[in-house]
Design a protein around this ligand. Structure first.
Ligand code: PLP
Length: 420
């Protein structure tokens, strides 16, 4: 069922972005939930897909589908070309020097597991140390913990202050002769903090230590240039970037990827196989064993093209305006406490509301058509740091409007009324 279109207001054309027009690209934003217009504010968990990406997927499935890299027939060549076009698109999106530095994976989690299994197992050993931050998503904690258990290495954790900013002096102090790796989120999913990763990479490099940046919450929202950041690895997921689930990217500096052993064996990652010995394929295929997620990757390419046509600067500006508007507005709500008040934040608003459980907040908001996330956001150490079991989290995308922020505020007042 379609809702009445939102009224266009001056406020909606922030950062030079015509949000009302943009919203027309997203069929799902036209639907209602529990008889109310859908207000989708769970973008940090997964964002919605524009028609341009859906159409690209349909075209692929109806005109081009075949396995890639292996066939001489027309469809296989079309699929291979589309797949490799997506690689070039991702390369330019991240500012990578070379195409072969882009490895397609299922998402950020798989990318980090790839680096842990390949780089970690080859180059991190007993007594070595890995530095993480206190605000990592479980995807950037658990794989490293598994490696530590296997190798007898240990994790060191950069603490943060009450605003959710990392303590950079403490970070410096963690380096010693046993430090082998740093793994850091570019943007925190639970707090929204944008970390000063360029400086943090420089610090690690001054100690000769490589850095992986988890860009799952950064790549969809702010311009990223891996050469300027000088990070050694960068990862992100397609489904948080208006693309399909099952797609994601691992960027790695070619010199490092060359040194790393493959992590999965199978078709496509080989040049020659006998029962005695296998010669591995060149980059990036060495790390892409088996049939890849062809349609999701092609959809991811379309999603990147869609976002870059709008412009990441304009996206960031609009989302920033939404965040400022929402942050200002919720300040007056009695009992509402924002978790994560860093000076540089992406458009994530995590909060608690008195002693009302965040799951109740999420459930009541849903009754009003408003989708937010409630829970620990796969960042339990963050919850422990702030002494809360969970938060409610509204996370904005460029297709959200100021009217939707108003709907959220109204919804929060409704929640308060239920528990008054
Ligand atoms: N890293 C961060 C900061 C995230 O927010 C997420 C997902 O929420 C991930 C990693 C894992 O992403 P995925 O589940 O797409 O692999």
């Amino acid at each position: 069922m379609s809702n009445a279109p939102l009224m266009k207001s001056e406020k909606d054309v922030s950062g030079g972005l015509d949000v009302i027009k943009v919203r027309e690209d997203f069929p799902i934003l036209q639907r209602s939930v529990h008889g109310r217009p859908l207000v989708y504010l769970d973008n940090a968990a997964s964002s919605q897909m524009p028609r341009q990406v859906i159409d690209r997927l349909v075209y692929y499935q109806t005109h081009e589908h075949a396995n890639v890299h292996r066939g001489v027939h027309t469809l296989s060549q079309l699929a291979s070309t589309a797949f490799e076009d997506a690689r070039r698109t991702a390369q330019h999106f991240l500012g990578a020097r070379e195409e072969r530095e882009i490895i397609f994976v299922r998402g950020a989690t798989e990318a980090i597991n790839l680096v842990m299994n390949s780089y970690g197992r080859a180059f991190i050993g007993e007594g070595d140390e890995i530095i993480l931050s206190a605000m990592e998503h479980h995807a950037n904690i658990v794989p490293w913990q598994m490696l530590c258990q296997e190798k007898g290495a240990r994790l060191r954790v950069i603490p943060m202050d009450d605003a959710g900013e990392l303590l950079l002096d403490e970070y410096e102090k963690l380096f010693n002769a046993r430090t082998r790796f740093v793994a850091l989120s570019h943007v925190s999913n639970a707090l929204g903090t944008i970390n000063p990763v360029r400086e943090m990479v420089a610090t690690a490099h001054a100690h000769g230590v490589p850095v992986l940046l988890d860009g799952a919450q950064a790549a969809p929202h702010i311009p990223v240039d891996v050469q300027a950041l000088d990070c050694d690895f960068y990862v992100f997921s397609g489904h948080k970037l208006c693309g399909p689930t099952g797609s994601g990217v691992l960027y790695g500096k070619a010199a490092l990827l060359e040194k790393m052993p493959p992590w999965q064996g199978g078709g496509d990652m080989i040049l020659n196989v006998t029962f005695g010995r296998t010669t591995y394929n060149e980059l990036p295929y060495k790390f892409e064993a088996g049939t890849p997620a062809i349609a999701p990757v092609i959809g991811l390419g379309a999603a990147i093209n869609y976002l870059t046509a709008i412009g990441l600067e304009r996206i960031a500006a609009h989302e920033q305006a939404l965040l400022e508007y929402a942050t200002e507005a919720v300040r007056d709500i009695e009992g509402l406490c924002i978790i994560g008040t860093a000076r540089h934040k992406a458009a994530v608003l995590s909060f608690t509301l008195g002693d009302i459980h965040p799951h109740d907040i999420g459930t009541i908001l849903d009754q009003h058509g408003i989708a937010v996330r409630a829970g620990h956001h796969c960042a339990q150490p963050v919850m422990q740091r702030f002494g809360v079991p969970a938060t409610a989290r509204a996370s904005f995308a460029f297709y959200n409007t100021f009217e939707e922020v108003d709907a959220l505020l109204k919804g929060i007042h409704e929640v308060r009324k239920v528990f008054a």
